[in-house]
Design a binder for this molecule. Structure first.
Ligand SMILES: C[S@@+](CC[C@H](N)C(=O)[O-])C[C@H]1O[C@@H](n2cnc3c(N)ncnc32)[C@H](O)[C@@H]1O
Length: 185
């Protein structure tokens, strides 16, 4: 797991996200702008469509890991979901998400700080999910193959959600990868 292949880029570091969300929080305080949906609105819509297709009950426990500004939770709350939690390791993101939810009068969503670290992330994810519990991950750092390897123990691959691809130098690639996994036992 800790092989060279999985070394995060600068984009994957806590320092990067702390800086980014401190700026986003300041902008929100200054002008009320909620900031970026990081991979674009389409990436959020893709996950919302998947949730819709799965007919997930409104009282299902949904955990948004790396919630950022919490906008996915805002959308889920507006769609009637009642058991929502967001976690993030960036304190500024946690503060921003709380404020964004407040301004939308959404008071039944829990937002919490979490620990740093990929091992911590996978462990926290396992603990948060029930047996057979589903999760969706959208990543700009890891390819589908890397995600399959990371989640090879204790998780089952369910499906890949199609994301826009680009062509460069005769090769095809994706800016983001969106994959659904299921927790096993
Ligand atoms: C690409 S942003 C996405 C934010 C938001 N979900 C969105 O779609 O706009 C990644 C988020 O995950 C958080 N994050 C990254 N690694 C994490 C980890 N190991 N544990 C908790 N949060 C993490 C970052 O602080 C950041 O808020």
């Amino acid at each position: 797991m800790e092989s060279e292949d999985f070394k995060p880029s600068k984009l994957g570091t806590k320092e990067y996200w702390d800086d980014a969300y401190e700026r986003e929080l300041q902008t929100f305080k200054d002008i009320g702008d909620v900031g970026e949906i990081w991979f674009g609105e389409e990436s959020m819509t893709r996950v919302l469509r998947w949730i819709d297709r799965e007919n997930i009950p409104e009282n299902a426990a949904i955990l948004d890991i790396g919630t950022g500004n919490g906008i996915l939770l805002v959308e889920l709350a507006k769609q009637g979901f009642t058991n929502l939690t967001g976690i993030d390791y960036s304190t500024a993101s946690v503060e921003l998400a709380k404020r964004v939810l407040q301004t939308q009068d959404i008071n039944n969503v829990t937002i919490k700080d979490t620990e740093e670290g990929k091992a911590g992330y996978i462990q926290a994810l396992r603990e948060a999910l029930k047996n057979q519990g589903l999760f969706s991950i959208t990543s700009c750092n890891w390819t589908k193959e890397q995600l399959l390897q990371m989640f090879s123990e204790g998780f089952e691959f369910v499906q890949e959600l199609p994301t826009p691809s680009y062509q460069f130098g005769g090769r095809t690639g994706n800016n983001v990868t969106a994959v659904i996994f299921k927790r096993l036992h």
